[in-house]
Design a protein around this ligand. Structure first.
Ligand SMILES: Nc1ncnc2c1ncn2[C@@H]1O[C@H](COP(=O)(O)OP(=O)(O)OP(=O)(O)O)[C@@H](O)[C@H]1O
Ligand SMILES: [Mg+2]
Length: 229
């Protein structure tokens, strides 16, 4: 489903070049649940946003479902993102003065369909994350775990083939984080492709496969048995 071929990303800030991704080649199949791990600054968020068609690489090729999003004209890139990718940001980015339902409806504003249909889709998405009955709460009236689930519902309301999550449990205690991970695991069982950034080994254990980054490069998979010395 996703193929990265020798992807590089160099940021330039204040005349300094930072190589955030170096020659990353990676394949993620449809229906996989992949955890991205690595130290702070190793390039995880960069890789996730490159995968999500929101951050053009400075080298190499990204192909999603046979489409090269970065070769599309910029407006088509936005359409592609809208159709293909749901993103859960680390800080959730819920709009504080909109209710849970209205937050979930945000990605639908640019699509076709009546307001009534959109409300129904948002209701359904909130039901999928077990938040029925809390549609009219503001984010501040929800717990951290509930806010994470609103962010998940918003990412999923368009039924995107690809779900990306940047530290979805980063701000949560382990019990609440566990609920969010159970939710992701359930989506995965239902066929959802998921790539999740996490620092946490326990969280990563919910994934099928762990990809480790180090200084912008993918580390070779760990051997199954520890090597002596
Ligand atoms: N917009 C930017 N401009 C310049 N440098 C950037 C930019 N975004 C990220 N970087 C740099 O690129 C490198 C990789 O950053 P990235 O955010 O991908 O790391 P990360 O693995 O997600 O780290 P963390 O675990 O702290 O979130 C870092 O050295 C960072 O300082
Ligand atoms: Mg990050």
């Amino acid at each position: 489903m996703i193929e990265l071929e020798a992807v590089c990303k160099t940021y330039r800030a204040d005349g300094v070049a930072v190589q955030a991704l170096r020659d990353v080649s990676l394949r993620i199949d449809e229906g996989e649940f992949v955890a991205l791990m690595g130290a702070s600054g190793s390039g995880k968020s960069t890789l996730l946003t490159v995968l999500g068609a929101m951050n053009p690489p400075t080298g190499g090729q990204v192909t999603i479902d046979g489409i090269e999003p970065y070769s599309l004209p910029v407006e088509r890139q936005a359409d592609f993102r809208h159709e293909y990718v749901g993103f859960i940001f680390q800080q959730y980015h819920l709009v504080p003065y909109l209710t849970a339902l209205e937050n979930v409806m945000l990605p639908l504003t640019i699509g076709s369909g009546s307001r009534r249909e959109k409300r129904q889709l948002a209701h359904d998405a909130l039901a999928r994350v077990q938040l029925s009955g809390k549609e009219n709460r503001l984010p501040a009236q929800l717990s951290g775990g509930e806010q994470a689930r609103v962010a998940a519902a918003r990412a999923l309301v368009n039924r995107p083939p690809l779900l990306l999550a940047d530290e979805p449990t980063g701000n949560l205690d382990s019990a609440t984080g566990g609920l969010v991970l159970d939710l992701l695991a359930g989506l995965h069982r239902a066929g959802q492709t998921i790539v999740m950034v996490t620092h946490d080994r326990q969280a990563a254990s919910y994934a099928q496969r762990i990809v480790r980054l180090r200084d912008g490069s993918v580390e070779p998979p760990e051997p199954s048995a520890p090597t002596p010395g």
